[in-house]
Design a protein around this ligand. Structure first.
Ligand code: MG
Length: 216
């Protein structure tokens, strides 16, 4: 069982949804196209790396990538939520890293096989502390960034999301059903790349969260 703390409340993590290629410039760098409706994949809750824990590179991949993303925690159950009501389902926000074994993902994709392992392995869902939803005035304009060893590698703002946060929540509620404790990784901006043993990562959500990590 994995739990997160948001202010005074503790939530048991339920499902972890992730949106693929949700920033145009990242779709371009991956040589793919933005889809007409959001594309989802999932991570098991055992993938979570809580605040303060190092990022461990799996020994079966030679090319693990960072993808910095705004992560939304869902606070209540819901189905068929309208987009205009969707933000009321958010309990909090974190900055996360959707760690990706890119070489393994490419092999599986090329073979036409599901790539759950490449993005769902133990240690692939790095999560900062959460801030309560009310700390974010406008979810459609959140800065996010990732520095590695003092250099900015990824920088974005949720205004550039292809499918915005409210739209994603409404869609998940319609197709899967929302459950309190669900987490949604909302997609990464451009600049993804390999991490190496010894790297020091600093992920930021606006000026509200600073998450420091060591890669081991
Ligand atoms: Mg991602």
């Amino acid at each position: 069982m994995r739990t997160i703390r948001i202010g005074q409340n503790e939530l048991v993590v339920s499902n972890i949804y992730c949106v693929a290629t949700n920033y145009v410039a990242h779709a371009v760098e991956m040589g793919t196209k933005v889809s007409e409706s959001p594309i989802f994949f999932m991570k098991p809750t055992t993938a979570i790396v809580p605040p303060g824990q190092p990022i461990v590179l799996p020994d079966w991949s030679k090319n693990v990538h960072h993808e910095v993303e705004v992560v939304v925690a869902i606070g209540k159950d819901g189905v068929d939520v309208r987009r205009e009501d969707a933000l009321s389902y958010i309990a909090g926000y974190a900055i996360g890293l959707d760690m990706t074994a890119r070489d393994v993902q490419a092999e599986l994709k090329n073979a036409g096989r599901p790539w759950a392992l490449a993005k769902g392995y133990r240690g692939s869902a790095v999560l900062s502390e959460f801030i309560p939803a009310e700390r974010i005035a406008d979810p459609a304009s959140i800065d996010l960034s990732l520095e590695i060893n003092g250099q900015i590698r990824q920088q974005g703002n949720t205004r550039h999301l292809v499918f915005g946060i409210a739209q994603i929540i409404a869609y998940v509620s319609q197709r899967f059903g929302l459950q309190a404790g669900d987490l949604i990784y909302t997609g990464t901006p451009e600049g993804v790349g390999q991490v190496q043993h010894g790297d020091k990562l600093v992920a930021k959500l606006a000026d509200l969260i600073v998450d420091n990590r060591q890669v081991v």
